[in-house]
Design a protein around this ligand. Sequence first.
Ligand code: ZN
Ligand code: ZN
Length: 117
Amino acid sequence: MASDKPKITIDIDLALIGADRALFCQDCGARFLFSAGEQEFFRLKGLVNVPKRCGNCRLVAKRRRNGDSIDNIAESNCTKCGVVTKLPFVPRGDRPIYCFECLRIIKFEACQEGVEA
Ligand SMILES: [Zn+2]
Ligand SMILES: [Zn+2]
């Protein structure tokens, strides 16, 4: 018997979050999630285009648009996954720093716990 079963590659994060979609940032090429909640928000707003930038690049683009300086955007490694993430504040080192993706997963887990409680 040849075991030529198709390899099933499930992205754990995506499986966890369900209807979220994985997109790639046009600026830095990073993968980011377009969450089910955001998709609903876009739909309600009548927006047909999906976001083109990851959380990091969106933060920078927003600052540029507002004419704000991007010099005071701090960078830190995510406590959970270690990825470099941009922060709209200077970390004081007294609490964990999470990247946009981990923050999303943490929020999702928190609301799942809320359902069970
Ligand atoms: Zn990006
Ligand atoms: Zn992370």
